[in-house]
Write a protein that binds this ligand. Sequence first.
Ligand code: UDP
Length: 325
Amino acid sequence: MKFLVIGGAGYIGSHMVKQLLRAGHELVVADNFSTGYRSALPGGKLVELDIADAQALDDVFAAEHFDAVFHFASFIQVGESVTEPAKYYRNNLAATLTLLQAMVRAKVKHLVFSSTAAVYGDPVYVPIDEEHPKAAINPYGRSKWMVEQILEDFDRAYGLKSVCLRYFNAAGADPEGQLGERHEPETHLLPLILQAASGRRESITVFGRDYDTPDGTCIRDYVHVVDLVAAHALAVDYLLAGGASTAFNLGNGQGFSVQEVIDTVRRVTGQDFCVSDAPRRAGDPPRLVADPRKANAILGWQTQFASLEDIVTHAWKWEQKHPWH
Ligand code: UDP
């Protein structure tokens, strides 16, 4: 099969590229390198473009016939989306609309779209299934939910079939140590703790110990990046076999608290580091845990690295060989 991977130089996209190449597919990777890294590209043919550029997209679609598109390119910082909403609506929403229109013009009928658990907002119940009310509480989550709704309309109007994958907390790294998480600035819990463990950062701050959870810290469903990309591969198979447009939650169905993540890092790495406490971060729900049964049942998705130890071990391997030390 031949696929276009947009945002293939980013954290999750680069792991996807590696897995698709290994499965023998032909790839074109498109990235504008606004947050991705050339060194993260495991292979494939590279096209440097911005999906806001309709002509550049038309050129790519005219040059190659794709069986499907994977769309990973988006801005992902919740806090930034609150202070700079225009950036999020322009890139995550408007530029994605430009991409969808180019796909319609080129008659490319299948899309796997990176969505997020942030579409649900503050959970009304956990674990969260796909039918849970969509009430995003920030522009990041709203931009993704708007795209999901546009995709429903594009299916009805143009027959564009899509799978929206709602990620819970993507974490971990390529077990072979070739790829990993690299955000500037880093805001995610696990890489920040690992930077404290390796000495790249003085300490880690816990945002809130007064939540209604067993140890008072927030609970999240951490899902290994290799398991995430495996779900994308199953999703594209599902679409190419004639599957209807739909959405799936991607998580393990198991939550770990911030304190449990810190304890696991100490145990796995054997390193001690300073932990300081700070007030709650705005917009953090106490508990976000996926009900992944729909992806299990329809895609046949089973996670390979559900244990936090595996996630931390692989991410630690990447932190230790960090190429920019
Ligand atoms: N968190 C923390 N300290 C940090 C970064 C994150 O205590 O320096 C907490 C955060 O409040 C949340 C959890 O770790 O409860 C996961 O946050 P992250 O930003 O990694 O992902 P999110 O759940 O926001 O998508």
